[in-house]
Design a protein around this ligand. Structure first.
Ligand SMILES: *[C@@H]1O[C@H](CO)[C@@H](O)[C@H](O)[C@H]1NC(C)=O
Ligand SMILES: *[C@@H]1O[C@H](CO)[C@@H](O)[C@H](O)[C@H]1NC(C)=O
Ligand SMILES: *[C@@H]1O[C@H](CO)[C@@H](O)[C@H](O)[C@H]1NC(C)=O
Ligand SMILES: *[C@@H]1O[C@H](CO)[C@@H](O)[C@H](O)[C@H]1NC(C)=O
Ligand SMILES: *[C@@H]1O[C@H](CO)[C@@H](O)[C@H](O)[C@H]1NC(C)=O
Ligand SMILES: *[C@@H]1O[C@H](CO)[C@@H](O)[C@H](O)[C@H]1NC(C)=O
Ligand SMILES: *[C@@H]1O[C@H](CO)[C@@H](O)[C@H](O)[C@H]1NC(C)=O
Ligand SMILES: *[C@@H]1O[C@H](CO)[C@@H](O)[C@H](O)[C@H]1NC(C)=O
Ligand SMILES: *[C@@H]1O[C@H](CO)[C@@H](O)[C@H](O)[C@H]1NC(C)=O
Ligand SMILES: *[C@@H]1O[C@H](CO)[C@@H](O)[C@H](O)[C@H]1NC(C)=O
Length: 874
């Protein structure tokens, strides 16, 4: 099975069973491990002259009392092997302290790994840890000699674990009396185990812990069960993800949910340097980060996914303001038409949308040299006016880089240059130290280091005077599509993989620097997006949160998904990413319908696009890209166009419910989040909850004529027809769907308010359309013991509450802000219910096949003067 030919790498020597620490035995130990052939003993003695002084220096603190270090075994099942260095490498590159599988050509760690750090006494945060093996498994470089471990008890359910170089500032961990976890740091080989009610929720499994100048690696296990996160449901074995903001990113924070022993706990990877996360065969997570300072993790104890989300949100922040119009469709591009004409077409074809991005995206600085400054600004402002005249919102798209105009026109119009006045703030080319020029579709651009720019610079940069209603900050990874094949960083970075390469492809060259040449760009990249957000908000003076492509641990911004190719696979992925993003704290998440790249063929993919519109009904926010390849419904024909418009109208009908849900939680939710106790749903990623009340089952394949639903707990009715799904929990129901269908179920026990008469915007629908209530009863034992309840949040100080039995509906209100609803004329929200549909009544009461429809008015404003409205259902 293993090579026996060469060194002891892979052979366990019987003498090698104990290790007592003093200078001489140390020598013997190395002798056994490294050189069990007598011939080599000579070399050992030669080396010892160098090694002994060093090792004695390293370990001088260790008292002579002996303690045992593990030997480690190479006899590890294939799935449990952790790669030592890159893993698949030739045998002679495999470190002597690792094992090698000749058949697979795989170099892996012993278990326990020899690449651990050791302590001579019980752990405290002041102690310095030293490496057991002085070199790295990657190349023959040295490991960091002094390391500290800080564990901070942030709250009763939140713990942070921080390995860092002892050269860094000492990090004192907090201590609490009240906490729901306990942890043990073992010595002499440092190993951490965290326990909570559900059992061990974090263990470093005596795997490698490697720290050096340039790369840190830690291995740990969260569970032997299912994990979720990093854009995946489930996060399965063999997956590798890069935490390096780029155009194929998962967009949310790197939060991992783990299910263990029926409960959930979470881990947030809080390391700004480029970091690769791999899920190994036994569910170990291997985290490799190109850093020289440390690795930090936050552990959230749970026990439900919701608890984890709440803890994560109190860490990343959640202060944002959701306005009703933001839930309507946002369009960018004009289908090749003049903006005016495009807006007229949309109106005449009855396509609802809320906002438009105007004539063109704003590239900072592009105002300066384009013919004349005035003309460009005028163009943008004209666009804004046209949009406002059409009674829509102006929400422009902005990128953080600056157009490079300097050479072409500097001499003609010196006022239009940004250099040399602000040269100091610009990133430099690593070869020439000239200002670095990246490539985007609009041309050559420069990247200011927003972390150091001055207020004066920010004021000079902002080109507009017109007011914005919202803002999409796009390409702020930031984007650079220039060809970087001559900049191969592989030999310069301590560790390099295909995944790092892919992440680097469309971002600026890895080692551009500022004039001080202090730090290479790659180490600051992950926070660049966040810094650009802060700068753009500052220069534009806006007081709302923008939608952004790249952020760093910022729960306040909206997410703007970008670079999605249109495919069935990506439709499914976008649903998963939005659901994972939502429960990671990014509730306001926008995704482009039918993608936003040129990879879309309207003629061939109309059916996909129509389904995507139907799925978009339930996305928290939606964007329609109609620039180079038009995707708005007016670009399609006949049936597909009608399906798309119907889907947009349905979205408008559902908005009162979505707006209510988004006050207190994410909209689109994975099954494990909504039903943490239902084991049958643990791995399901083909159906999603929308709030507590709805379940959607998207078609994710072409020509699918039925969908499978794994039934969650409770009673479920088809949303439009009210037919009960008679399949028991955990079983799979197979339900036919037509091409025009999108299966939506409603949970027994919920009441949902719709506004079915869609107008051309969300706000107009809110004002004009009467409400319709859907009551889905949950009945216990008999059809005379049923109940349902639901809320309708309208304003910060006005929420209506609905409660129903099999006989009556009761409506109450909290809050007193009735004016926007009840003042007439001039109310901005419609005040009445025109019909009520009830699912789940005894058949005799149904006036339709599967439900009872009551067409009677209920005037909600009556609650201004009375405490309760009672309404008979039968
Ligand atoms: C610990 O928590 C309990 C209940 O949560 C509380 O009553 C008690 O005061 C807390 N103790 C301290 C020292 O904070
Ligand atoms: C599972 O959790 C229960 C408490 O919820 C605990 O008593 C039990 O020890 C746990 N099992 C394991 C294997 O940790
Ligand atoms: C995980 O470990 C626990 C305790 O050792 C065990 O009861 C459970 O069956 C394991 N689960 C899986 C999926 O292996
Ligand atoms: C430079 O100015 C000319 C006219 O003055 C204009 O046509 C051209 O587009 C400008 N070039 C750039 C890169 O802005
Ligand atoms: C990038 O440049 C290299 C060498 O300059 C060339 O071989 C390669 O084809 C280029 N790639 C692209 C995508 O332009
Ligand atoms: C930047 O990286 C390239 C290889 O990618 C290397 O040739 C060059 O010397 C580096 N420059 C600096 C300043 O580190
Ligand atoms: C941002 O704006 C505020 C107030 O306008 C100002 O005080 C601050 O210094 C600005 N600049 C930066 C770089 O944050
Ligand atoms: C719509 O119909 C026109 C004419 O019938 C055709 O040229 C066009 O390709 C169709 N568009 C799509 C998206 O099918
Ligand atoms: C479910 O059961 C009810 C009563 O048991 C029956 O009326 C209804 O037709 C069934 N629905 C389906 C889809 O089989
Ligand atoms: C209705 O069902 C609930 C839940 O099963 C039960 O607690 C309650 O006693 C029942 N009420 C009547 C009137 O049967």
């Amino acid at each position: 099975m293993f090579a026996q030919a060469d060194d002891t790498k892979n052979i366990i020597n019987s003498e090698d069973t104990t290790f007592s620490y003093d200078g001489i035995k140390q020598l013997k130990w190395y002798e056994h491990i490294l050189y069990n052939r007598p011939l080599r003993v000579f070399i050992v003695f030669l080396l010892v002259a160098v090694l002994v002084p060093v090792t004695i220096y390293q370990f001088h603190f260790i008292p002579s009392a002996d303690f045992q270090l593990s030997i480690g075994s190479c006899l590890i099942p294939e799935t449990a092997r952790l790669p030592c260095g890159p893993g698949f490498i030739p045998q002679d590159e495999c470190h002597a302290q690792c094992c090698y599988d000749v058949q697979r050509g795989f170099c892996f760690h012993r278990l326990p790994s020899r690449f651990s750090y050791i302590l001579d006494r019980p752990w405290s945060q002041y102690l310095i840890l030293h490496p057991r093996v002085p070199t790295l498994p990657f190349n023959s470089k040295n490991r960091l000699i002094n390391l500290r471990l800080s564990i901070s008890e942030e709250s009763a359910t939140h713990l942070s674990i921080y390995f860092y170089s002892a050269k860094e500032r000492f990090e004192a961990g907090k201590r609490l009396y009240n906490k729901t976890y306990s942890y043990v740091v073992s010595s002499p080989e440092v190993n951490i185990q965290v326990k909570a009610r559900q059992g061990t929720i974090f263990s470093t499994v005596r795997g490698p812990l490697i720290a050096s100048d340039g790369i840190w690696e830690a291995t740990f296990q969260l569970t032997n069960g299912t994990m979720y996160g990093l854009g995946e449901i489930p996060l399965s074995r063999g997956t590798t993800k890069m935490i390096y903001s780029h155009n194929k990113d998962f967009s949310s924070i790197p939060l991992i949910f783990a299910k263990y022993n029926g409960s959930y706990h979470g881990l947030l990877i809080d390391t700004v340097t480029p970091t690769e996360v791999t899920v190994q065969g036994d569910n170990e997570l291997v985290v490799r980060s190109l850093t020289d300072t440390g690795l930090k993790f936050h552990l959230f104890v749970g026990p439900t996914p919701k608890d984890i989300m709440n803890d994560a949100m109190s860490f990343i922040g959640a202060k944002r303001k959701l306005e009703y119009w933001m839930l309507g469709a946002h369009i960018c591009g004009t289908s090749g038409k003049e903006l005016n004409e495009f807006l007229r077409t949309m109106t005449s074809t009855q396509i609802p949308f809320e906002s438009h991005c105007g004539h063109r995206p704003i590239v900072l600085g592009s105002n300066r040299c384009e013919d004349t400054e005035a003309k460009y600004i005028k163009d943008v402002e004209d666009g804004a006016n046209v949009i406002r005249q059409a009674k829509r919102r102006f929400v422009p798209h902005i990128s953080p880089y600056i157009r490079y105009n300097e050479k072409a026109n500097a001499s003609k119009a010196p006022s239009c240059t940004i250099l040399p006045e602000f040269e100091l703030f610009m990133y430099r080319d690593p070869y020439t130290f000239e200002v670095y020029k990246g490539q985007v579709n609009e041309g050559e651009v420069m990247y200011p280091a927003y972390e150091i720019v001055s207020n004066h610079f920010l004021r000079r940069l902002w080109p507009l005077t017109t007011k914005l209603d919202g803002m999409f900050i796009e390409n702020n990874w930031p984007l650079d599509i220039s060809n970087k094949s001559i900049h191969d960083p592989s030999s310069y970075l301590a560790y390099f993989s295909e995944d790092i390469n892919a992440a680097l492809t469309d971002t600026p060259v890895w080692n551009m620097t500022l004039l001080d040449r202090e730090k290479k760009y790659i180490f600051k990249h992950n926070t660049y997006g966040q810094e650009s957000i802060r700068a753009i908000m500052n220069m534009s003076g806006v007081d709302f949160q923008p939608a952004v492509t790249s952020q760093w641990m910022n729960g306040e911004v909206l997410i703007n998904r970008q670079n999605i190719d249109a495919s069935w696979y990506n439709l499914h992925k976008e649903l998963i990413r939005a659901a994972v993003g939502g429960i990671s704290g990014h509730w306001l998440w926008s995704s482009p319908i039918c993608g936003d790249t040129v990879n879309f063929d309207p003629a061939r993919q109309s059916n996909l696009c129509a389904k995507w519109y139907m799925a978009s009904t339930y996305f928290p926010m939606v964007r329609i890209e109609s620039g180079v390849v038009p995707r708005d419904p007016s670009a399609f024909n006949g049936t597909y166009r009608n399906q798309m418009i119907t889907a947009l109208n349905r979205r408008l009908s559902f908005l009162p419910y979505f707006f209510t849900v988004l006050q207190n939680g994410p909209l689109l939710r994975p099954m494990f989040y909504q039903f943490p106790e239902a084991d049958a749903l643990e791995q399901v990623n083909t159906q999603f909850n929308v709030g507590d009340g709805l379940l959607i089952v998207p078609n994710i394949h072409v020509y699918q004529s039925y969908v499978h639903v794994t039934m969650p707990p409770g009673t479920w009715y088809e949303f439009w027809a009210g037919e009960k799904v008679n399949v028991t929990e955990g079983e799979i129901a197979t339900i036919p769907t037509l091409e025009s269908d999108f299966l939506t179920l409603i949970h027994g026990g919920s009441i949902i308010a719709l506004q079915n008469d869609a107008e051309l915007t969300a706000e107009a629908t809110r004002t004009e359309s009467s409400f319709s209530l859907i009551i889905a009863l949950e009945c216990y034992n008999s059809k005379t013991n049923c109940s349902a309840a639901g809320d309708l949040y309208l304003l910060p100080r006005l929420t209506f509450h609905f409660k129903a039995t099999h006989e009556k509906l009761y409506i109450t209100a909290t809050g007193d802000d009735f004016t926007p609803v009840c003042a007439w004329p001039g109310n901005v929200i419609r005040e009445d219910v025109k019909d009520v549909k009830v699912f789940g009544l005894d058949n005799q009461f149904n006036n339709y096949d599967t439900y009872r429809l009551i067409e009677e008015w209920i005037v909600l404003c009556n609650l201004e003067n009375s405490d309760i409205i009672e309404f008979d259902l039968v």
